[in-house]
Design a binder for this molecule. Structure first.
Ligand SMILES: [Zn+2]
Length: 419
């Protein structure tokens, strides 16, 4: 029996202005208890991979996460990348729930999926999935920071990102308002363009030192762009901007960065060190201090709720690169700060995303040999992380390589990178 053709779907309309007299919904979170074994699934969801435990003795894949193989009882289970495919064989729609979070999000469509790797699992179903039928499996992170399996249609469908389930499990820029902190940098400008192309409703572009001329051609002539005064090294400036637009920022992308080559021994005085920490570390902290609480409070504010804080930082957060030793040290501090923010913003369901980059192709790193990443690649990484709801993304070959080596042998990486 062939399926009747689906009617064309109209895009999600721009939501009406909020009634200021109606109380904002308090962010609720899905149930949070998971076993320690399930953390491997979270690690996969954070980077957009699809992994299940596979037994190293007999090769069987296991689900749900567990401590021993269901076939041979071996305790040697390894998280393994698997083909993210399966077949949905049954479905139901949950229309009643005792849990307050799910009660707010009903109806919720779930189904049984037999994975290509073997085990069956219960997945949340995208609205365009046909049952029975093939699906693409994706691990996502729910608002409480836990992994959840989502079944998507086998190939992209029109406006698929507007499915309420995906709106809830990602931070897609479509219809959301974003602040990009440094529109003077090429990276900041590329991110502004990327967010506009992804359908952002508004992009606030931060410009520091507004006495310096800002070339109008640096940003697209788009009515959704609004230039705002923002200097992340100035607490007054971040507080003033938060007071004026803090309640409208659904996505905050920090692209501010102070870059100077060199380490510590051969550097004269403290000027560069103060400046680097001031922008790279304290700048991010100031943004968190001034925008964080408002974003956290707006985490349940409808389908376009506040959703994510993104930081673009060097991959050398994971292993210091002495040629840019000072920058690497600030990146490590930033990485740690992001981990803290992830915990602090979780009660509002705000995703904290780290976009790690290799050396960027811009003025302060012009003497470096390729491969370097372009601002456009970074912007693509930011948009992809938001659209897929990731927590970490490595942009460019250098960053991907360093991240992989960091995960396998951090000491060897430290030594090799300092040659
Ligand atoms: Zn086994």
């Amino acid at each position: 029996m062939s399926e009747p053709p689906r009617p064309p779907r109209a895009p999600l309309p721009k939501p009406p202005r909020r009634d200021p007299q109606v109380r904002m919904p308090v962010p609720l979170l899905p149930p949070a208890q998971r076993s320690r074994a399930a953390l491997g699934m979270l690690a996969a969801a954070a980077v957009g991979a699809f992994r299940l435990q596979c037994c190293t003795a007999c090769g069987a894949a296991a689900y749900p996460p567990r401590d021993a193989c269901p076939s041979c009882l071996s305790v040697d289970l390894a998280w393994t990348d698997l083909e993210p495919a399966g077949t949905a064989i049954a479905e139901t729609t949950v229309r009643a729930a005792t849990d307050p979070y799910f009660r707010e999000h009903l109806p919720w469509r779930i189904g049984t999926v037999v994975t290509a790797a073997g085990p069956s699992l219960v997945a949340s179903l995208h609205r365009d999935v046909s049952v029975p039928g093939p699906v693409r499996l994706s691990l996502k992170i729910d608002k409480a920071g836990n992994p959840i399996v989502v079944a998507l249609p086998p190939s992209d469908t029109p406006l698929m990102e507007e499915d309420p389930l995906l709106r809830e499990l990602t931070a897609h820029p479509r219809h959301r308002r974003a602040l990009v902190t440094d529109a003077r940098s090429e990276t900041g400008q590329a991110v502004v363009r990327g967010l506009l192309a992804a359908g952002a409703a508004k992009v606030f572009a931060g410009v520091a030192e507004d006495w310096r001329p800002f070339p109008a051609a640096a940003l697209p002539a788009d009515e959704r762009v609004e230039i705002v005064r923002l200097d992340v090294t100035d607490s007054r400036s971040t507080a003033d901007l938060a007071a004026s637009i803090g309640g409208k920022v659904d996505i905050l992308v920090n692209t501010a960065e102070h870059v100077r080559p060199g380490g510590f021994v051969d550097r004269m005085g403290m000027t560069d060190q103060h400046a680097a920490f001031e922008v790279n570390v304290h700048g991010l902290a100031r943004l968190a201090q001034t925008f964080g609480a408002a974003m956290r409070a707006r985490g349940a504010d409808g389908p376009n709720a506040a959703a994510a804080l993104v930081d673009v930082l060097p991959i050398h957060a994971h292993a210091n690169w002495p040629a840019y030793g000072l920058l690497s040290a600030t990146a490590a501090a930033r990485h740690s700060l992001l981990q803290c923010l992830r915990a602090e913003l979780r009660p509002g369901g705000i995703r904290v995303i780290a976009v790690y980059t290799g050396p960027v192709d811009e003025a302060w790193r012009q003497e470096l040999p390729p491969p370097k990443v372009t601002p456009k690649q970074i912007a693509d990484g930011v948009v992809r992380a938001l659209a897929e709801g990731l927590e970490e993304v490595a942009v460019g070959d250098v960053a991907r390589d360093i991240l992989e080596r960091h995960l396998t042998d951090p000491k060897a990486l430290e030594r090799e990178i300092s040659r």
